[in-house]
Design a protein around this ligand. Structure first.
Ligand code: ACM
Length: 263
């Protein structure tokens, strides 16, 4: 199967531009699964809840959802994208998996980063695994979830073969850390990061780009630079993630000793 990441610089609160850009980049792309950045339709550096409310969408509704489900259907691909989610009067930093047949699943970011805590509620969905294509298992986590090995571990123990990881990365360590997440769990990962700098109400944030697709050994199969806009695609055999062998006498999962772990 083919898996892909999309990297670009969303414009703050400019949903029209962001969706147009995403459509352009996805137009002729042939892939089975594409991951887009966190908050890809809205930008990131919110200064007030009103700003978030002005771009938030209910899960499975709204312009972003309809635009991307049309593309998922037309291109016959699965799309994972990050967006600000509205539920009642609550906001979540969420990502959505849309399948070509219109089915969708939502994940709400578990570990909020820095000023996100001012606007978003902590996610309450937990880490779930979904089947795409011919029973290929994928899981979702968002950006700063990388800091907590429990996130990727939970997904891998639940059977995820590919971790879809929309991101708006700011700190310099995630791209390295995700190699370890893949190695220790023997899974593939697609980190789709954004690029550019946002300045709003005196708050300036620069994003690190370097989106990457990793294999089950933590090796980089493909990546983008710190400021490149575009997509990357690789062909993988997802079944490699079922093999947790380390040596002839070691298995990364069967050798675990949970009775000694205090988590
Ligand atoms: C982040 O979680 N967006 C750094």
């Amino acid at each position: 199967m083919k898996i892909s990441a999309l990297q670009f610089a969303p414009r703050f609160l400019d949903k029209n531009y962001n969706l147009r850009k995403i459509k352009q980049l996805l137009d002729k792309l042939k892939t089975d699964l594409i991951v887009l950045p966190e908050l890809c339709n809205s930008g990131y550096v919110f200064a007030t809840p009103e700003e978030v409310f002005s771009v938030a969408e209910e899960a499975g509704k709204g312009e972003t959802y309809f635009t991307l489900s049309e593309i998922a259907n037309r291109n016959n691909c699965n799309i994972v994208y990050g967006y600000p989610e509205l539920d009642g009067n609550k906001l979540f930093n969420s990502c959505m998996l849309i399948m070509p047949d219109g089915k969708f699943y939502n994940y709400r970011k578990t570990h909020l980063f820095n000023r996100e805590k001012l606007f978003f509620s902590p996610g309450d969905t937990g880490f779930q695994v979904f089947s795409i294509l011919d029973n290929i298992k994928i899981g979702m986590m968002i950006c700063f979830d990388w800091q907590f090995p429990e996130a990727a571990r939970t997904l891998a123990l639940a059977g995820a073969q590919i971790i879809c990881h929309p991101a708006n990365l700011v700190l310099p360590w995630c791209q390295q850390a995700m190699k370890i997440r893949c190695l220790e769990n023997r899974v593939f990962a697609v980190t789709a990061n954004r690029i550019g700098t946002e300045l709003n109400a005196g708050e300036k944030v620069s994003f690190t780009g370097q989106s990457q697709i990793l294999n089950t050994k933590g090796e980089v199969l493909s990546s983008l630079s710190v400021n490149e806009e575009g997509t990357i695609t690789v062909e993988i055999n997802s079944e490699e993630a079922n093999d947790k062998t380390v040596t002839e006498r070691n298995d990364a999962f069967k050798d675990r000793r949970p009775e000694f772990y205090k988590l």
